[in-house]
Design a protein around this ligand. Structure first.
Ligand code: NAD
Length: 323
């Protein structure tokens, strides 16, 4: 039976990936630094281990007897978190470094690295007009400070481990993945989950106002998590040797996200724009031509449908008072 390690599998995307690989009948080992009760999803038929993968010994133990490694472990969050925790974000380089080394020593067949659209040159993303970012737009390098530099450096380390040592690394760049079973409060949540929570709070408290970071015109390619997971598995097993965008082709602004959530919740909110809050680049929109060309498909979950699922789950968590 094939065996896979999901590093960071107690997190949002890793939890959904574990579900996907278990459905394939694969033996799944999930490793995460968080205590088990804080994992977003936990599966009885997986091997669940709590380990800090910043340490080489932990990576050695995690990579023992596995055929595929999926590295989704990173200290990260939404724009507020990554703008205020640059050093923490950069320390994730230790995870990828020691995992690569351990994967090599344990003769792992495939090594997948979860990169990000934050590797793209920020000047290109702040240029006026509507810009989509193709894979080559990561260079000349000027990524998001902290988090983006770590991702770009780790991408290169993956590439060179393949070229120099023959470890079969594969890399995909995610862009604003959203869905249920992820952070929705506490500071690490990303825009779609934060907006769901704010709309739910407005509905439940009767205070029909919403705070929006920036002027709401910032655009993103929002990718539903099940599309992301399908892409991760496809890219990991493909012959795509260079980093590839794994992202929805459609683009929406934060204001449009709120429009959709107002419809889902059946309310209308007064929008209060906080112009000095962290808001990231003006446009982070991925060009998905390569994905279409190499994988023959691209994410297709409509934003409205994915948001409705996310809203439903966060609403239930909100009512439980958990999270
Ligand atoms: P997440 O925070 O929910 O999951 C990351 C997991 O890694 C967490 O459970 C965390 O506890 C774990 N982790 C952190 N440090 C660790 C350590 N030292 N040892 C073991 N585990 C550790 O985030 P996510 O949204 O599921 O993201 C998964 C990956 O995808 C990350 O690498 C992230 O940078 C990348 N990514 C995500 C998005 C997105 O929109 N969610 C966008 C771009 C890139």
């Amino acid at each position: 039976m094939k065996r896979a390690l999901i590093a960071g599998g107690g997190g949002f995307i890793g939890g959904h990936l574990a579900a996907g690989l278990l459905r394939e009948g694969i033996h799944v080992r999930v490793a995460d630094v968080k205590p088990l009760e804080q994992w977003y999803q936990r599966f009885a038929d997986a091997e669940n281990i709590v380990a800090d993968l910043k340490h080489p010994e932990a990576c050695q133990a995690a990579c023992r007897d596995v055929d595929e490694v999926y590295n989704l472990a990173a200290d990260m969050g939404g724009m507020g978190f990554i703008e205020n925790n640059k050093a923490l974000c950069m320390l994730s380089v230790l995870i990828n470094t020691h995992l690569l080394q351990a994967a090599l020593e344990h003769h792992v067949g495939r090594y997948f690295f979860a990169s990000s659209a934050c590797v793209y040159n920020v000047n290109k993303q702040n240029a006026g007009g509507f810009v989509t970012l193709a894979e080559d737009d990561a260079y000349p390098a000027m990524p998001e400070d902290g988090y983006g530099w770590e991702k770009l450096f780790s991408e290169r380390m993956c590439l060179h481990f393949r070229e120099d040592f023959g470890l079969q690394t594969r890399i995909a760049r995610f862009n604003n993945v959203y869905g249920p079973y992820g952070a929705w409060r506490g500071g690490r949540e990303r825009a779609p989950a934060a907006m769901c929570r704010k709309v739910i709070e407005a509905k439940e408290t009767g205070k029909h106002a919403i705070e929006i970071w920036g002027d709401g015109s910032q655009t993103r390619s929002f990718t539903y998590v099940t599309d992301c997971v399908r892409g991760v598995i496809d890219v990991a097993r493909s012959e795509i040797l260079e980093p590839i965008n794994l992202s929805a082709p459609s683009v929406a602004s934060i204001n449009e996200l709120v429009d959709a959530l107002e419809q889902i919740a059946g309310i209308k909110l007064e929008r209060q724009y906080k112009l000095d809050a962290p808001q990231g680049v003006q446009g982070m929109n991925s060009d998905t031509s390569k994905m279409r060309q190499y994988l023959g498909w691209e994410p297709s979950t409509p934003l409205r449908d994915g948001l409705a699922e996310t809203y439903r789950w966060i609403h239930a968590e909100y009512l439980k008072g958990s999270g």
